[in-house]
Design a protein around this ligand. Structure first.
Ligand SMILES: Nc1ncnc2c1ncn2[C@@H]1O[C@H](COP(=O)(O)OP(=O)(O)O)[C@@H](O)[C@H]1O
Ligand SMILES: [Mg+2]
Length: 494
């Protein structure tokens, strides 16, 4: 079968006739290995193709095995799309990008933060050039490279960058508008990530200080708990050592991490050892003894549980000035054991929310961007202001707001295209708050994975999983991987 470029009269024909019907099958990709119209936050890819479905798919490390393909209208000049392709490849850490308008086919290779043109041909040459393309981004050659790199993991980058030099590759540097595109970046960074993933617990102490992130909004139901649990899993899978602290008396995080293994309150093993005890006593209940190991994620994550009776103790704790700084003090004791602490908070302005913000270095504000949540942002800002003056007294820097995280966002195409950008823009305009680039859309998988149960004898107990463990290649899992990556970058731990 040969390809006839004149059959592609518009962008959608470039997608269907060139990419779906010709290129993908020729390169060995069956329909289950590629996805069309994939959205990651503000990024929308025409095609995302996997040579190997690595489970879980970690955008940070395994993207060498994936390709982004972008189709353009035949009258479009590909030069004007290079910048955007570069942004896609670098922000998603994907190794190869194919750009085509039907008349011309180009392949770019990402090296570090730059992309290089490694192949170019005309649409009518495709039949004779297909083997060269196959050698670069064909499924089989990727798999061979992957096996090679498995045998000698340290050579992963070297192996794939050698592929730029494969014989027969046309390199037409004149077509690339700025020379900066051609400057390859040092590969050391990528090696580091690979090593960390191989040995997450033996990661060298690159960051002296454990970074504490509070996830807070004074409105309920906006996705705080969902964010804490799945972001923790994403960050853990990226090789960081994570501790979750549940400071909400509703104990939803405690449930969502599977720590409630009893269905009769007589067997409640959390009542006598939870976050309340940590806050209450200076000499007892240190973090290592209260933190429980949770299997909602693999690798496992430690969680300090909460309990419904936290409400009852709020007044009592409030009398005790030292309870406000107890968590700071006790976290000092485990600073070499964790890289990141994530704190879930109640949807209120109470003592526990205050403690979370006093303790944390960073703040993430999940919001569904609806009117009530937006109005709540005014309270959040005032609350932060008051607590920052308290932090100043403690000689602690003010909490750094990472931004508002759009959560539970409808995937309706019209909404995403027209309403969402306006709602996102309104946050900095009206409330002076930053917005994270990652968007967490409304996905059934997120509710399903948290509600998973297990029957033990005649008892049904909660057996939740993070969405990354429940459905590693779901959109929800990818969105949380992206969020993990964005958060790590923002706090200087990428
Ligand atoms: N992105 C999402 N897609 C679908 N359901 C979601 C999403 N985020 C949260 N939910 C569901 O919405 C409800 C409230 O979310 P939750 O994370 O508990 O909010 P909060 O902690 O702010 O009260 C839960 O039932 C949860 O499963
Ligand atoms: Mg919650």
């Amino acid at each position: 079968m040969s390809f006839q470029p004149e059959l592609c009269r518009n962008e959608s024909e470039v997608e269907s006739k060139l990419i779906v019907q010709y290129l993908l099958p020729k390169l060995g990709y069956s329909p289950d290995t590629w996805h069309q119209e994939v959205t990651f936050g503000s990024i929308r890819l025409d095609f995302l193709v996997f040579a190997n479905q690595v489970v879980p798919f970690v955008l940070d490390s395994n993207s060498p095995l994936s390709v982004v393909m972008e189709a353009k209208h035949p009258n479009q000049n590909l030069n004007s799309h290079i910048r955007r392709l570069k942004r896609y490849l670098t922000s998603l850490n994907v190794r190869y990008g194919l750009l085509t308008n039907g008349k011309e086919i180009r392949i770019y290779h990402r090296v570090g933060a730059e992309i290089q043109l490694v192949f170019k041909c005309l649409g009518q040459e495709l039949g004779v050039k297909i083997n060269e393309i196959k050698a670069l981004i064909g499924r089989e050659s990727f798999q061979e490279n992957y096996l090679k790199s498995e045998r000698s993991p340290n050579l992963t980058d070297t192996n794939s960058s050698e592929s730029i030099l494969l014989p027969g590759i046309i390199e037409n540097k004149q077509d690339v508008p700025t020379t900066s595109f051609l400057q390859a970046q040092p590969l050391a960074h990528h090696h580091k990530i690979l090593q960390n993933l191989d040995h997450p617990s033996s990661e060298p102490q690159r960051h002296k200080k454990v970074k504490i992130i509070a996830v807070y909004h004074n409105k309920g139901g906006v996705g705080k708990t969902t964010t804490v649990v799945n972001l923790a899993a994403a960050i853990r899978k990226a090789g960081k050592r994570v501790l979750i602290i549940d400071l909400d008396s509703q104990a939803n995080t405690t449930f969502a991490t599977g720590l409630v293994k009893f269905d009769d309150e007589n067997f409640d093993d959390i009542k006598d050892s939870n976050i309340r005890h940590v806050l209450e006593s200076e000499d007892f209940y240190q973090i290592p003894e209260v933190a429980k190991t949770s299997q909602f994620s693999d690798p496992e994550i430690k969680v300090i549980p909460s309990h419904i009776n936290l409400m009852k103790y709020e007044n009592e704790l409030n009398q005790n000035e030292s309870s406000k700084t107890m968590l700071i003090q006790k976290l000092e004791g485990v600073k070499h054991e964790y890289d990141i602490v994530l704190i879930d908070t109640p949807p209120s302005l109470n003592l526990y929310a205050r403690i979370a913000i006093i303790t944390a270095d960073y703040l993430l504000i999940p919001s569904d961007l609806k009117p009530f949540a937006n109005q709540g942002l005014i309270n959040v800002k005032e609350f932060i202001k008051i607590i920052n003056s308290f932090k100043k007294m403690l000689r602690k820097p003010p909490i750094e707001v990472l931004g508002v995280l759009a959560c539970k966002i409808s995937t309706n195409a019209k909404f995403v295209q027209h309403t969402l950008p306006k709602r996102l823009a309104a946050i900095p305009e009206r409330y002076g708050l930053k917005v994270l680039e990652t968007v967490i859309y409304e996905r059934d998988d997120l509710a399903k994975c948290a509600e998973k149960t297990q029957t033990v004898g005649n008892m049904e107990i909660a057996d939740p999983l993070s969405v990354l463990d429940f459905k590693p290649d779901s959109m929800a899992a990818r969105e949380f991987e992206l969020l993990g990556k964005e958060v790590l970058e923002k706090i200087g731990m990428a």
